[in-house]
Design a protein around this ligand. Structure first.
Ligand SMILES: Cc1ncc(COP(=O)(O)O)c(C=O)c1O
Length: 434
């Protein structure tokens, strides 16, 4: 344990050595920055000893909270046996079997180390299998940092199907291979697929896109178009996999893709991801095919890492216990329910969003059915709300949705509710004309 002075000193050192002083894009409002010290259950302590109720959960992997005894024990046991072998291990095989038995499209699987790699390999497989080069993605969807998909993830497109890179350094040639459509717009998607199917390898979709639910006809339409035109349908289940149901969004919505990308929960908080799917597609990365026209290279030093696999397996064992998903859903519904009432009581315009153990609010009258509607919501108000939560020790990731775990207690939720009430009072006061 250190104190406020040590934490300040560490933050100053981070400023010097990391661009922007942080590890990625996750930045706390000024004055609320901290260095994480340790976590247990749904609580996190910073190095100055301040305690938070965690609604970030490592950006989603920690569905069992921090330092869950089953995960710690599994990791310790595997570490004792050795941490990396670059070959088959029992935890990797057992975890793959667990994932395949849960995943509606799961016949075969390959591991990678991050969600981005899983979506990257899914698209490479789709291109190799179809012999086509384009992909279709949806505006506002995030599939990781790689060049194929970091297009129109946060920035709106100038018009469909044109995309906009979300980062410099992406070759402009990439944009020509990526078609962009608005999520939930059945007409635009149908027209695009019909016009481009001869060169279209894959449709990649977050079945529940960030905070936006699919229209009941939307995912079935994607399935229908993909089947009709021989396009590979890829579900990005990095967030939804093992979270919105044991079988992920595919099971929840009853639509089976050809390939699915998993990450976050399946590594139990350690780096691990997977691409799963139909055997005839997955088999393209059998290295005995090297030299053949459709061979797909898929390998990585840490892929299927046994310690991460052990952590993932321990996590899935707990999730497989009876009642786990009912509990996750009930917790999500309780928080969304409280939030909805608290927003309405204050006469604020707000849309409460989320599915399973996820929650969010966007300050707007408008129902959120696509990325542009989300962008039209009052972002300044959202950031003010979230800063007020952080000030009260509720840990949220500014600008984005929040996660709940199986270990958030009644007390954690009560404290979250009172923080929400106070944060909404702050927002309402700021909204009241003087
Ligand atoms: C839906 C989705 N796909 C892919 C990714 C990328 O995963 P990773 O950050 O592990 O590369 C993320 C990350 O948040 C995600 O939300």
């Amino acid at each position: 344990m250190t104190d406020q002075t040590d934490q300040r000193e560490l933050l100053a050192r981070a400023q010097k050595i990391f661009p922007g002083g942080i590890l990625g894009t996750f930045r706390f409002p000024e004055g609320l920055e901290f260095v994480a010290g340790h976590g247990r259950g749904a609580r996190v302590w910073d190095l100055a000893g301040r305690q938070y109720i965690d609604h970030v959960l490592g950006s989603g992997p920690l569905i069992l909270g921090h330092a869950h005894p089953a995960v710690v024990e599994a990791v310790r046991r595997q570490m004792d046996r050795g941490s990396s072998f670059y070959t088959l291990t029992a935890p990797a095989i057992a975890l793959a079997e667990r994932i395949l038995s849960a995943s509606p499209c799961g016949e075969q699987l390959r591991f990678a180390a991050s969600g981005a790699e899983a979506t990257f390999y899914a698209l490479r497989l789709a291109r190799a299998f179809t012999g086509r080069r384009k992909i279709l993605k949806f505006e506002g969807a995030y599939h990781g940092h790689h060049d194929d998909v970091l297009i129109s993830s946060s920035t709106p497109s100038p018009g469909f199907p044109l995309g906009v890179e979300d980062s410099h350094g992406i070759s402009p040639a990439r944009r020509e291979e990526v078609l962009v459509a608005p999520f939930n717009d059945q007409t635009v998607v149908r027209n695009l697929v019909e016009a481009h199917h001869r060169e279209l390898a894959a449709i990649i979709v977050e079945p529940y896109q960030r905070v936006i639910a699919p229209h009941p006809r939307f995912l079935p339409l994607l399935r229908e178009l993909a089947t009709r035109y021989g396009v590979i349908l890829v579900f990005d289940e990095v967030v939804t996999g093992f979270r919105v149901a044991w079988g992920g969004a595919a099971a929840r919505y009853g639509v089976t893709p050809d390939l699915a990308a998993y990450g976050k929960i399946i590594g139990g908080g350690l780096p691990l991801s997977a691409v799963v799917g139909r055997a005839e597609i997955m088999e393209l990365c059998d290295s005995r095919r090297k030299g053949q026209a459709t061979y797909v290279y898929q390998s990585g030093t840490l892929n299927g890492h046994p310690v991460a696999a052990a952590a993932g397996l321990a996590t899935l064992e707990v999730l497989a216990e009876p009642g786990a998903y009912e509990r996750l859903s009930a917790t999500g519904e309780a928080v969304r329910g409280h939030l909805g009432k608290a927003v309405a009581t204050r006469g604020l315009a707000g849309q409460v969003l989320g599915i399973g153990p996820m929650w969010h609010v966007l300050f707007t009258e408008e129902p959120i059915t696509d990325h542009r509607a989300a962008l039209r919501a009052d972002r300044a108000r959202l950031l003010r709300f979230q800063a007020a939560l952080l000030e009260q020790g509720v840990l949220v990731n500014p600008g984005v949705r929040s996660y709940l775990s199986l270990v958030h207690t009644a007390e954690d939720l009560e404290m979250t509710y009172s923080a929400i009430d106070h944060a909404l009072d702050v927002v309402a006061r700021a909204a009241t004309p003087k």
